[in-house]
Design a protein around this ligand. Structure first.
Ligand code: CP
Length: 310
């Protein structure tokens, strides 16, 4: 079994192939816990996990909270809008106050890229990045990779097409970092204005042609248009995006017949993904959500409690 050496989980770029394999293996054993009648193990009894969310979240916040609770950790949730951050307290001062309450690990979501790193540098707590700006969303990347491995049975050599607003997507960056590390072939596709310059350096194929991106793909991942991060007009209209890039049943036929369809959520049905595809037999969108708990249990356990008995 490879050794776990990390204090924080800030970015999948910092994780080796062995690190990712260890997280996936650990998550596999934790998935079973959520299927028990009593969905709880004592692995993190006595530990405290804080959830500091300065941006909206449904899936990530709820699944981190459930993951911590299923490991028997105490949890405390801080919504930025209802905290003293709105009175001008800095993020680091807020984090130092959380630390003063003897919290062991803080899960951070923030609109500013690098915010979790500031807390990691300025406190003694373990830090997990739950999404920072356009930069990184490592546990989303891990749960997506876990779901692909579970469904397809391997990662090496599979073709993953990521379609949509790549420019503003921390999910795309984390998936690219993790998938290329695990030997998958990643193709990114979207309007030219929504593909970051130089993204080829991350080891991906780039195309603006949806048929080329989806051809023989094992995985089709649709991404949401990140309007909250778009300061200018990247597209003439949403209709133009839909006409060219929406994942419809017809377009899905370019992929392998047993290809899986993924979306990190929240979805805009009829924009980046047709409702028939989101709800169709190839969709694993809700499996991603289920797997998010197991993957986040694995991450919390590896960072805080791997000597404890599961
Ligand atoms: N995928 C994801 O990060 O969803 P939330 O914003 O709801 O957490």
């Amino acid at each position: 079994m490879p050794k776990w050496t990390h204090k924080h989980l800030l970015d999948l770029q910092e994780m080796s192939r062995d690190d990712i394999a260890l997280i996936l293996e650990t998550a596999k054993s934790f998935k079973e816990v959520s299927q028990r009648e009593v969905k709880k193990v004592p692995a993190l009894r006595g530990k405290t996990v804080a959830l500091l969310f300065a941006e909206p979240s449904t899936r990530t916040r709820m699944s981190f909270e459930l993951a911590a609770k299923r490991l028997s950790a105490d949890t405390l949730s801080i919504q930025a809008a209802a905290s003293s951050l709105v009175k001008g307290e800095t993020l680091l001062d807020t984090a130092l106050n959380i630390q003063a309450m003897n919290v062991d690990l803080v899960v951070v979501r923030h609109s500013a890229s690098g915010a979790p790193q500031i807390i990691a540098n300025g406190t003694q707590m373990a830090v997990v990045n739950a999404g920072d700006g356009c930069r990184s969303h490592p546990t989303q990347g891990l749960l997506d990779i876990f779901t692909m491995n579970e469904r397809i049975g391997k990662l090496e050599g599979i073709k993953v097409a990521i379609v949509g607003d790549i420019l503003h997507s921390r999910v795309a960056r984390s998936n690219i970092a993790g998938l290329t590390r695990m030997g998958a072939h990643v193709v990114v596709c979207g309007p030219g204005t929504l593909i970051p310059m130089g993204i080829e350096a991350m080891g991906v194929q780039v195309t603006t042609r949806i048929a080329e991106a989806l051809k023989d793909a094992d995985v089709v991942m649709a991404l949401r248009m990140q309007k909250e991060r778009q300061q200018e007009a990247y597209l003439p209209t949403v209709s133009e995006y839909v006409r060219e890039f929406c994942i419809t049943p017809d377009r899905l036929r370019y992929a392998k017949p047993n290809a899986i369809v993924m979306h990190p959520g929240p979805t805009n049905r009829g924009v980046e993904i047709a409702a028939e595809v989101a709800d169709g037999p190839q969709s694993v969108i809700l499996d991603q959500v289920t797997n998010g708990i197991a993957v986040r249990m694995a991450v919390l356990y590896l960072l805080l409690g791997r000597k404890a008995k599961v």
